[in-house]
Design a protein around this ligand. Structure first.
Ligand SMILES: Nc1ncnc2c1ncn2[C@@H]1O[C@H](COP(=O)(O)OP(=O)(O)OP(=O)(O)O)[C@@H](O)[C@H]1O
Ligand SMILES: [Mg+2]
Length: 1056
C-alpha cells in the first residue's frame, strides 16, 4: 500500500507477539460461534458526531522550510561528493531508505502523523507541530563544516547521511545499554545512539544476517545522488513537506526507537528498550506534560513484572495518589506503539473521560495515535477501522460495553490488544458494576489475545477478581506524600492508630475561643479547624448532602474575619465576573457571598461550567476551601498547589448512610497529592453517639466486591444473556452456562445464590427473554434441549444494540410504534418525549402550577402530544387546582412528559439558568437531565436503526441527538466537539474569532492565553492538542471512507 509522506522502511524480524497464556474458560471453544467467521462485516459508522505540570515552553514554534530552495540539489551533489571521497566510508546501511510514495488526493496538512505498519515506519510532518530547537541541537563539534551544509538539508536526507556515517564508524559507537541510559541532548547524537541501539539489538537477534549485506551491495551500486534526487522529487510533490528539519529529525529518531522497541518486544527479550520498550521521547513527554522526572520504584517494579512482559492479565492496587495512572499509561503506549493494537481505557465518569481525552491528546499528536472519546452521546459503533494509526478509545463503563459488543459483532475484537480499567472496584457497584463485569467477561471469552489490566486503591477480595480475570496481582503500600489521619470528638483531636486498642490515640486539644452565638452556629468547630489552615493552605470539607455543602460555605463566611477577603482579592473578583459570564449574567447568590472569602461549594447542583471553573480556581489557589459532596472524591484529580492539604469530613455519613470504608479512603485520599502537596491530613468529625461506628470503620477492612449481575436483573443478568445470544457468543443453554462460569458471578455463585443454582438462574433468565419476545428457541433442563440454538429477535437485537434497559424495551417499542401513526412534528416536543430517559422519572415530582403554565404556552398541535402519550389536559388542570382525580393516569408518563417540557424549553432557549428558574429545579439537575437525554437519544437512535419499520426515526433522531448533546447556539457546536470545551469557553473562543475546529487546531496557545480570559497556558495547549486530535481523527475517517469506496472488490465476475 502506498503510504503518504516519507517512508523509512526497515526489515523487521518476523517474531510474533507472544500470546497471553490463559487458562481456557469454556469447553466448546473450538466451535464457539464467535470463532465462526461471518462473511460480511461491513461497518456502517453512525452519523452522529464522534467524539501535570506542563512545561511552559512553546511547543508550536516556527519552522524552517526547504521547499523552493534551488541550490539544494547542488548542495546534495557536494555532500555526496564529499562522502564518496571519504575512503574510510563503508556504506553498509542496516536497512534502506526509500523515497516516500506520496499519496495523491486528500491533503494531510495539519498533523504530524507518525505511524508504523508491519514493516514500514511512516513519517508525516507539518508546520504547526514543528519544534523549535536551540542552536546547539544539531551541531557536532567534529563535523562542523559538514554539518553546516547538512543544516540546509531536509532531515530525511540528513538522517541518511547520519546512518552512513554511523556505519562507517561502527567501532566508535557506544554500547547499546549506554545509548539507552544516557540522556541524549543533540539530535544527531540521538540518531547515533538510537541507531546504534537498533543496530546492536538487531545484531544480537540475528548475528548473521546475510540479506542485509546483499542489500547493501546492491545499494552501493546506485548513485547516492539519484536516491536523493528521487527522494526529494517525491518530497517536493508533497503538500506536507514544509517541515522543520529538527522536527523531522526528532520524528526520525522516534520512528527508529519505536521500530527498535517493537522488535525487542516481539523478540520477547527481557531487555526492552530505552523507556520500557518505548521511545525516549515518551519519557520526555511525561516530563514535559506531567512534570514527572522519574518513576517511583514500585512503578518500575510493576512495569518489569514478568506477568506484564508475558502479557498476562494484571490487577494492581495501591493507596490513593500512589501513581497508578502512569503505569497504566505506559502499558497503553506500549500496546499502541510497539504492538500496534488498539486500546480501550475504561473510566468511571464522563468528566473524567473528557479530562483523560484532553490529557492524552497531546501524547497522541506527538506519538501518532488517535484518541477517541466514548462518553455521553459520543462514540461510533463499531469504531472506524483505521488504516494506519492505532486508536486509544477512552470510554465510560456503558460506552465501553457498547464498544466491545460492536467489536465482537464485527469480528474485530482481536484488534483490541489491551483493556485498562481504572477504579476496578466499581465492578461491585450497582448496574454500572454489572455492565463492567459483562464487558470484561465477554473480552475474556471472545478474545484470547486481549490483555486486561485493572487498578484500584480500594480492593479487598482480590482473590475473586483474580480468579475472574485470570490475573496476576501486584500491590504495594507506597504513598508519595504522608497522609495523617485524625478524628475529632468534641474538642479533642485523636490520631488514627491501628495499633491502639480502640483504633486511635490522643493527639491534641483543639485551640479555639467561641462565643455562645458562634458555638450555636458552629457546634462542630469547623471554623476552628479550617482557620488553622486557610488561606495559606487549602482545605476540602466533605459534607453529607448538597444542602449541607451550601450551608457550611455560607456559615463559614458569616464568621470569618474580614482579612480573608484581602487574600488574592483581584483574582476572586475575576472569578465572580467569570461565574457571571458563564451564567449569562446570573451568579448563584451563595457563591457571590462566599467567593470573596476564597470559599465555594461544589456538588452536582452546579452546572458543568461552574464546577470546572471552581475546580480550576481551587487548584490555582484562588479559592482555598471547597465544601463538597462525595462526588468530588471519586476520581477527580484536584491538585491544590500548596504544601499542605487538609481534608475534613463533616460527618461520617453520605446522605443518610453511614460512611463505607471505600468511600472514607477515597475522600481522605484527596489530601496530599503527589508532586503538589508536601503533606496531607484528614480529620473526621465524629459525634459521641457515632464513636463506636467510627471505631468499626477504622478497624474494618475495605469492602468486598460482589457481582451485581443478579441484583441488577434487567440491567444485569438478562441484558447479558440477551447480548450473549445476540452476539452469538453463546447460543445454546449449554454454551451460556459455560460462559457464565467465567464471570465474577460464576466465581462467587456459592456466596451470592444459596437457594438456586446458577444454571437455574440462567434458565429462568432465558425464559423471561423468550416471554418478552427478545429471544426465540426452547430451553429445557433435559439434555436434548440444552443444545437447541437460541436466536435473537429483531426487537432483542435492537435492545442490546441500543443498550436499552430491558425493563423499558417493550414500552419504548410500543411508544415508537404509536408515534408512526401520528408523530407531531410541528416542534421537537413529541420526539423529545420519546427520548426522555425512563429512569429519570422516578425522582421527579412536578410542580402542577408550572406544569399547567407550560402546557398553556404550547401550540394546539403541541398540546396534542400530551393527549397522544396519555396525559389529558383535564388531568393537568385538576392537579393544578388541587382537585381530586378519579381517572387512572400513569404517573411515569406524566412525569416523563413534564421532563420533556423542561428539555423542550431548554432546546428553545439554550439557557440552563432561565430554564432552571422556570421549572424551579437546580441548574445542575437540568443539565444532568439534558446530558442523560442526549445519551438516551443516541441509544434510541441505535435501537431504531435495527428495526426496519423505524427507518423514519433515523434522520429525526440523528439531528435531535446532536441538539441535545450540545444545546447551544449552532455556531458553537464545532468548538464544543473538542473534549472539555464547554459552552462558556466556546463562547469566549467564538467571540475571539476562533469559529471552527480548524481555527482551534491551528491556534497558537500563546495567543489564546493572551486573548481568552482565565485560560492558563496548560489549558490552551490542551485545547489545541484536543482540536488537532479531533481534526486528525475526522480527516482519517474521511480518508478511510475514500479508500473503502475505491477498493476493488475481489469477487468481480469474470468472463472466460
Ligand atoms: N513517578 C512520579 N513522580 C512524580 N509524580 C508522579 C509520579 N507518578 C505519578 N505522579 C503524580 O502523582 C499524582 C497522583 O497520581 P495518580 O493520579 O496516578 O494516583 P492514583 O494512584 O491513580 O490515585 P487515585 O487512587 O486517587 O486515583 C498525579 O498528579 C501524578 O502526576
Ligand atoms: Mg487513579
Amino acid at each position: 500500500m502506498d503510504e503518504p509522506g516519507l517512508a523509512v522502511r526497515r526489515k523487521s524480524c518476523p517474531g510474533s507477539v507472544r500470546k497471553r497464556s490463559r487458562a481456557p474458560v469454556q469447553p466448546s471453544a473450538s466451535c464457539s460461534p464467535v470463532d465462526r467467521k461471518r462473511l460480511n462485516s461491513a461497518e456502517e459508522p453512525l452519523a452522529e458526531p464522534s467524539c501535570g505540570n506542563d512545561s511552559e515552553e512553546d511547543m508550536f514554534g516556527d519552522y524552517d522550510s526547504f521547499c523552493g530552495n534551488d541550490s539544494l540539489l547542488a548542495q546534495v551533489d557536494d555532500i555526496e561528493h564529499k562522502y564518496l571521497q571519504d575512503e574510510k566510508l563503508a556504506i553498509k546501511p542496516p536497512g534502506e531508505i526509500i523515497p516516500g510514495n506520496l499519496q495523491p488526493g486528500l491533503p494531510q496538512k495539519k498533523q504530524v502523523n507518525f505511524s508504523i505498519t508491519e514493516n514500514t515506519v511512516v513519517l508525516k510532518a507539518d508546520k504547526e507541530d514543528a519544534f523549535q530547537v536551540g542552536e546547539t541541537d544539531a551541531v557536532d563539534n567534529n563535523q562542523e563544516q559538514t554539518d553546516s551544509i547538512l543544516d540546509e538539508l531536509p532531515s530525511s536526507q540528513l538522517l541518511y547521511f547520519e546512518k552512513m556515517h554511523e556505519l562507517s564508524s561502527v567501532s566508535r559507537i557506544s554500547p547499546a545499554s549506554e545509548g539507552r541510559n544516557k540522556c541524549v541532548n543533540t539530535s544527531l547524537e540521538k540518531i547515533r545512539s538510537t541507531s546504534s541501539f537498533y543496530h546492536d539489538a538487531e545484531h544480537r537477534k540475528r548475528p548473521t544476517d546475510s540479506s542485509s549485506d546483499s542489500r547493501s551491495d546492491l545499494f552501493k551500486t546506485e548513485s547516492l545522488k539519484d536516491h536523493l534526487k528521487s527522494a526529494m522529487t517525491g518530497n517536493a510533490k508533497a503538500q506536507t513537506l514544509q517541515v522543520s528539519k529538527t522536527k523531522q529529525l526528532q520524528e526520525a529518531v522516534l520512528s527508529e526507537e519505536i521500530c527498535v522497541a517493537r522488535k525487542t518486544i516481539e523478540s520477547s527479550s527481557v531487555d526492552i528498550g530505552p523507556f520500557y520498550g518505548l521511545p525516549s521521547k515518551v519519557k520526555d513527554l511525561f516530563r514535559q506534560f506531567r512534570g514527572i522526572e522519574m518513576l517511583y520504584e514500585w512503578q518500575h517494579d510493576c512495569l518489569m513484572l514478568e506477568s506484564l512482559q508475558q502479557r498476562r492479565n494484571l490487577i494492581y492496587s495501591l493507596p490513593t495518589s500512589g501513581g497508578k495512572t502512569l503505569v497504566a499509561e505506559i502499558i497503553i503506549l506500549q500496546e499502541l506503539l510497539c504492538r500496534q493494537k488498539d486500546v480501550l481505557m475504561i473510566l468511571p465518569f464522563v468528566a473524567i473521560v473528557q479530562e483523560k481525552v484532553r490529557g492524552l491528546s497531546s501524547f497522541g499528536i506527538e506519538l501518532g495515535f488517535l484518541v477517541e472519546e466514548y462518553a455521553g452521546s459520543k462514540g461510533r459503533f463499531p469504531p472506524i477501522r483505521r488504516r494506519i494509526k492505532k486508536s486509544l478509545y477512552i470510554a465510560t463503563i456503558e460506552k465501553g460495553h457498547a464498544l466491545v459488543n460492536s467489536l465482537i459483532e464485527t469480528e474485530r475484537i482481536d484488534d483490541l490488544g489491551l483493556v485498562v480499567v481504572d477504579e476496578l472496584h466499581m465492578i461491585g457497584e450497582g448496574s454500572r458494576g454489572a455492565t463492567l463485569e459483562m464487558t470484561l467477561a465477554k473480552i475474556l471469552y471472545a478474545s484470547k489475545n486481549t490483555q486486561i489490566v485493572g487498578m484500584s486503591a480500594t480492593l479487598n477480595n482480590v482473590g475473586d477478581l483474580q480468579k475472574f480475570l485470570q490475573a496476576e496481582y501486584y500491590t504495594n503500600n507506597f504513598r508519595p506524600v504522608e497522609l495523617k489521619e485524625y478524628i475529632k470528638i468534641r474538642d479533642t483531636i485523636y490520631a488514627v492508630d491501628s495499633k491502639a486498642e480502640n483504633g486511635f490515640t490522643f493527639s491534641r486539644l483543639l485551640n479555639f475561643k467561641y462565643s455562645s452565638n458562634l458555638e450555636k452556629a458552629d457546634p462542630d468547630h469547623i471554623i476552628a479547624l479550617v482557620t488553622e489552615v486557610i488561606p495559606k493552605y487549602s482545605c476540602l470539607i466533605f459534607c453529607p448532602t448538597k444542602k449541607n455543602c451550601e450551608n457550611v460555605a455560607s456559615m463559614l463566611c458569616k464568621y470569618l474575619k474580614k482579612e480573608f477577603r484581602a487574600h488574592r482579592e483581584k483574582e476572586k473578583q475575576d472569578l465572580i465576573k467569570n461565574l457571571k459570564y458563564i451564567g449569562n449574567g446570573s451568579v448563584c447568590p451563595i457563591l457571590k457571598q462566599t467567593v470573596p472569602f476564597g470559599i465555594a461549594y461544589h456538588h452536582s447542583g452546579l452546572t458543568n461550567d461552574e464546577r470546572k471553573i471552581i475546580e480550576e480556581a481551587y487548584s490555582a489557589g484562588v479559592l482555598c476551601l471547597l465544601a463538597c459532596t462525595a462526588t468530588l472524591a471519586a476520581g477527580v484529580n484536584l491538585p491544590a498547589r500548596r504544601p499542605l492539604h487538609r481534608v475534613i469530613l463533616r460527618a461520617p455519613y453520605v446522605a443518610n448512610d453511614f460512611l463505607k470504608k471505600n468511600q472514607y479512603k477515597q475522600m481522605i485520599g484527596r489530601a496530599g497529592r503527589a508532586g503538589i502537596d508536601s503533606a496531607g491530613e484528614s480529620i473526621l468529625i465524629v459525634q459521641e453517639k457515632d464513636k463506636h461506628l467510627v471505631q468499626g470503620l477504622i478497624n474494618s477492612p475495605l469492602e468486598n466486591c460482589y457481582s451485581n449481575l443478579l441484583l441488577e436483573l434487567t440491567k444485569g443478568m438478562q441484558t447479558l444473556l440477551l447480548s450473549l445470544v445476540g452476539l452469538k457468543i453463546a447460543v445454546t443453554y449449554e454454551e451460556v452456562n459455560n460462559f457464565m462460569c467465567g464471570t465474577l458471578l460464576g466465581v462467587q455463585k456459592q456466596l451470592l445464590s444459596k437457594e438456586r443454582s446458577l444454571s437455574e438462574i440462567i434458565k429462568d433468565g432465558l425464559e423471561k427473554l423468550i416471554e418478552k419476545g427478545l429471544l426465540k428457541g426452547r430451553i429445557s433442563e433435559k439434555d436434548s434441549h440444552s443444545k437447541c440454538t437460541l436466536t435473537v429477535t429483531p426487537l432483542g437485537k435492537a435492545t442490546y444494540k441500543g443498550s436499552i434497559d430491558l425493563a423499558y424495551c417493550n414500552v419504548l417499542y410500543r411508544e415508537l410504534k404509536k408515534g408512526l401513526e401520528g408523530l407531531i412534528l410541528e416542534s421537537n416536543l413529541h420526539l423529545l418525549y420519546l427520548t426522555t430517559p425512563y429512569d429519570t422519572t422516578s425522582n421527579c415530582s412536578p410542580d402542577w402550577l408550572i406544569y399547567l403554565r407550560q402546557f398553556n404556552q404550547l401550540s394546539g398541535a403541541e398540546q396534542k402530544v400530551a393527549d397522544i402519550v396519555g396525559v389529558p389536559e383535564s388531568f393537568i388542570t385538576k392537579k393544578a387546582s388541587g382537585q381530586a382525580i378519579r381517572k387512572n393516569v400513569d404517573s411515569a408518563v406524566v412525569n416523563r412528559l413534564y421532563l420533556s417540557f423542561v428539555l423542550y424549553t431548554l432546546l428553545k432557549e439554550t439557557n440552563i439558568w432561565s430554564v432552571s428558574e422556570k421549572f424551579n429545579m437546580s441548574r445542575g439537575y437540568v443539565q444532568n437531565l439534558l446530558n442523560s437525554a442526549a445519551s438516551f437519544a443516541s441509544c434510541v437512535l441505535r435501537f431504531c436503526e435495527e428495526l426496519e419499520e423505524f427507518w423514519v426515526y433515523k434522520a429525526l433522531l440523528t439531528e435531535l441527538t446532536k441538539r441535545l448533546t450540545y444545546c447551544v447556539k449552532t455556531e458553537l457546536i464545532p468548538l464544543m466537539e473538542v473534549a472539555g470545551v464547554l459552552e462558556a469557553r466556546a463562547k469566549q473562543l467564538y467571540n475571539a474569532g476562533y469559529k471552527t475546529l480548524a481555527h482551534l487546531a491551528n491556534a497558537d496557545p500563546e495567543t489564546l492565553v493572551k486573548m481568552i480570559d482565565h485560560l492558563s497556558r496548560r489549558q490552551a495547549k490542551q485545547i489545541v492538542s484536543s482540536a488537532k486530535m479531533l481534526l486528525s481523527e475526522k480527516a482519517e475517517a474521511l480518508q478511510e471512507e475514500v479508500e473503502e469506496l475505491l477498493k476493488v472488490p475481489t469477487d468481480i465476475p469474470e468472463t472466460y
